[in-house]
Design a protein. Structure first.
Length: 254
């Protein structure tokens, strides 16, 4: 396994829960939990790609390597690409994008994504998924689904319930067990593919579904998909999520 890097894009002005990354969570800023998970993955380097001096200062207070990036970036991927450019990483460097609001992300999944990409010279990007067993999740547009080909390359990502059995009829369609997978929003990129991706315009499919990974597929980049042994715990998008994660961490602590 070649060494890999983790970059954590950190934007303070999140839409649904502003300033969540610095919110106190079981005695630490939320972002510190994510950084610690990245460090535990075995990454050779972990960098926080911050959108403000306030985030940089907070990260440095708990010992993180934090670097300021352009506040105008529209996505975490663009923020990571700026870090890769600043650092001069070669095209074959493996870089994992771990969102800052994933304090419970298992370190093993971060490493799995990196290893999946490193093992497949034909892939530009790697990501993970897990089997869906809940029809409610399968129908939920906030749960992103994916389908892959027989070699493990992504065919499509959607907020719609895919795949859909033709003979199922209307809204009472059953969950297609063994075929329905939830996407885990964790990506490993080769630095060269990351640069090419960031230079591409948004695709119509990406704009329609509001899923950035569809830009890569629309422009011919290959995304390798690995199945995670277990679903990661919830990330933090809302105040309710923050409270739920805090309760879970409280139960874990002795």
């Amino acid at each position: 396994m070649m060494p890999f890097k983790v970059v954590i894009p950190a934007r303070l002005a999140s839409t649904r829960l502003p300033r969540k990354l610095l919110a106190p969570l079981a005695g630490k800023p939320l972002l510190q939990w994510t950084w610690e998970a990245a460090r535990a993955s075995g990454a050779a380097e972990v960098i926080v790609a911050a959108d403000s001096d306030e985030v940089v200062d907070a990260c440095r207070a708990f010992g993180a390597d934090a670097r300021l990036t352009d506040a105008a970036h529209q996505s975490g991927t663009d923020r990571i690409n700026e870090i890769a450019g600043q650092a001069g990483w070669p095209d074959d460097a493996v870089v994992v994008n771990l969102q800052g609001d994933e304090p419970l992300m298992p370190p093993a999944l971060v490493r799995q994504a990196a290893e999946l990409l490193a093992a497949d010279a034909g892939a530009d990007i790697a990501t993970l998924c897990h089997a869906l067993h809940s029809r409610e999740d399968w129908l939920n547009p906030n749960v992103v689904k994916l389908v892959a080909d027989e070699r493990g390359y992504a065919l499509y990502f959607s907020r719609a319930p895919i795949p859909w059995k033709r003979e199922s009829g209307g809204g009472d369609a059953p969950l297609p067990e063994g075929l329905a997978f939830r996407h885990i929003g964790l990506y490993a990129y080769r630095a060269g593919a990351l640069r090419r991706f960031s230079a591409l315009p948004p695709s119509p499919l990406e704009t329609c579904e509001m899923l950035e990974q569809l830009r890569a597929l629309s422009h011919g980049q290959r995304i390798k998909v690995g199945v995670a042994a277990e679903a990661p715990p919830r990330g933090v998008d809302t105040a309710d999520d923050l409270a739920a994660v805090a309760a879970l961490l409280a139960r874990r602590q002795p």
